[in-house]
Design a protein around this ligand. Structure first.
Ligand code: ASP
Length: 293
């Protein structure tokens, strides 16, 4: 039976440690032939720049063949159900299928129709497990032991699968997560501390994870303007001062709304390191799911 990665809860802490150890090795030696002869299929029913290309690069660096389905030209637009599409791709002998879909739960549903391991590349506002894993990996690389360290998650948390997965994984690994956003961007129920004023929580923070406004998931405009939002929540060099706070963002960055130019080019920005590490972490994830199951 194939095993699937739909949320970070599908992995034990020991499995995550093993993935991180393997990923660290991939940062040193970037290519191998571990998945030679295997086929990885990316089906992205929703836009993606980083995640899709990261999985492609990761698959190639492991020697696998990779096919990325261009959804605009796929059969969904001709009325085929997503599970029929997936079952057809599975019949081509895929070992892993990476799925992104606007509906929460789509990867789990698909996994019932295919033999391959299904890896969630982001489903609605629900989960983005590989992003959370690469973020934890990057935080550890930057600050070492993360237990007891504070991270502020800032932005449209309510509609963000990145925030949802990060809150669960980072608290599980002992971080103090604080959510900083205007009321309409905070989740209706939060199990962690929340604030409307980012300045109240900067002291003692080790990192900030900034998130973009997820306008595609708003049924109607729920804020006055992005510049009002930016006035209070944009991360600037002034706001950081001389504090040792690392700044993260999963991309795409709304420049000068989420982060200002100065922060993006500051040595405290981990944004490109997240992308770099993402390939290594996804290599370790693919090799685990393809070879062990
Ligand atoms: N790239 C991330 C995602 O797919 C974050 C974002 O789009 O804001 O969820």
């Amino acid at each position: 039976m194939a095993r699937n990665l739909t949320t970070t809860a599908d992995l034990t802490n020991a499995e995550i440690e093993a993935i991180f150890e393997e990923a660290s090795g991939y940062l040193e030696s970037e290519t191998n032939q571990k998945l030679r002869g295997k086929l990885v299929i990316n089906i992205f029913f929703e836009n993606s720049t980083r995640t899709r290309s990261s999985f492609e690069v990761a698959s190639r660096r492991l020697g696998a063949e990779v096919v990325s389905l261009d959804v605009a030209s796929s059969s969904e637009s001709k009325g085929e159900t997503i599970h029929d599409t997936a079952a057809n791709l599975d019949a081509m002998g895929a070992s892993a299928i990476v799925v992104r879909h606007k509906n929460a739960g789509a990867p789990k549903l698909l996994s019932k129709f295919v033999k391959a391991s299904v890896i969630n590349g982001g489903d609605g506002a629900h989960a983005h497990p590989t992003q959370a894993l690469l973020d934890l990996f990057t935080l550890r690389q930057a600050i070492g032991d993360v237990r007891g360290r504070k991270i502020l998650i800032v932005g449209d948390i309510r509609n963000s699968r990145v925030a949802n997965s990060a809150i669960k994984l980072l608290t599980r690994f002992g971080m103090k997560v604080v959510l900083a956003a205007p009321p309409h961007f905070l989740p209706k129920r939060a199990n962690v501390k929340t604030t409307w004023n980012i300045r109240d929580e900067l002291d003692g923070a080790s990192a900030i994870m900034s998130l973009r406004t997820q306008t595609e998931r708003h049924e109607k405009p729920i804020y006055a303007s992005l510049s009002d939002y930016a006035a209070n929540f944009k991360i600037t060099k002034d706001l950081l001062g001389d504090r040792d706070i690392f700044v993260m963002h999963p991309g795409p960055v709304h420049r000068n709304i989420d982060l200002d130019d100065g922060v993006l080019s500051d040595p405290r920005s981990l944004v490109l390191r997240q992308v770099h590490n993402g390939v290594a972490v996804r290599m370790a994830i693919l090799s685990k799911f393809v070879l062990e199951y």
